[in-house]
Design a protein around this ligand. Sequence first.
Ligand SMILES: CC(C)(COP(=O)(O)OP(=O)(O)OC[C@H]1O[C@@H](n2cnc3c(N)ncnc32)[C@H](O)[C@@H]1OP(=O)(O)O)[C@@H](O)C(=O)NCCC(=O)NCCS
Length: 182
Amino acid sequence: MIASSSAFDAVVWGHDMLIRNETAGDIPAIGRLVTEALLLLPQSTGTEASIVETLRAAGALVLSLVAEQEGEVVGYLAASPARIGTEDGWGLIGPLVVLPSRHRQGIGTALMAEALRRLRATWRGAALVGDPAYYGRFGFRAFPGLSVAGCPPEVVQALPFSGSVPGGELMHHPAFGLNQQE
Ligand SMILES: CC(C)(COP(=O)(O)OP(=O)(O)OC[C@H]1O[C@@H](n2cnc3c(N)ncnc32)[C@H](O)[C@@H]1OP(=O)(O)O)[C@@H](O)C(=O)NCCC(=O)NCCS
């Protein structure tokens, strides 16, 4: 990172990438990017773009960050409010996607670093469901008792920012359509 302004402004990453909040003009590109990038994932449901739209419509996008290179949206990260067990205050990260032609250039890392920097200010911690081989590098890990019904326990991960020990079900926003029991 070479330059940063206030917490909610854009951050310049490397020599040609901007990490910034979404604008209304980004919304169609975000939808296309989420759909295209997640086609690669066998566990993709094909509904991820509409989850983002539902979160946005519900005012539940705590973060909606785009990575921009040469005017093009090449990466996207969403975060929404979640509960773990009875504990509010967790920021659920996902989806995180990078344009397939730009994989392995550090874009996902830049989006995640900026998301964690912002969430740290006011959230208890971050949580997500994803590949531990990727998310472990950011400090995410599984915890005993941390779960999402129907998911292998190793993919349900959290990164507490303070002393919280996450235990219990990771309750997603209803936009995810998981029908989790209250
Ligand atoms: C996962 C994803 C977001 C990573 O973005 P990216 O910009 O390619 O990642 P980065 O370039 O920052 O990668 C950082 C490191 O992670 C590694 N990495 C990337 N994808 C990985 C994966 N799926 N599993 C394990 N390691 C991975 C890279 O090799 C790199 O390692 P290095 O620093 O040792 O070279 C991107 O591959 C993607 O959009 N995949 C499809 C959607 C997806 O799986 N999203 C996550 C679930 S919502």
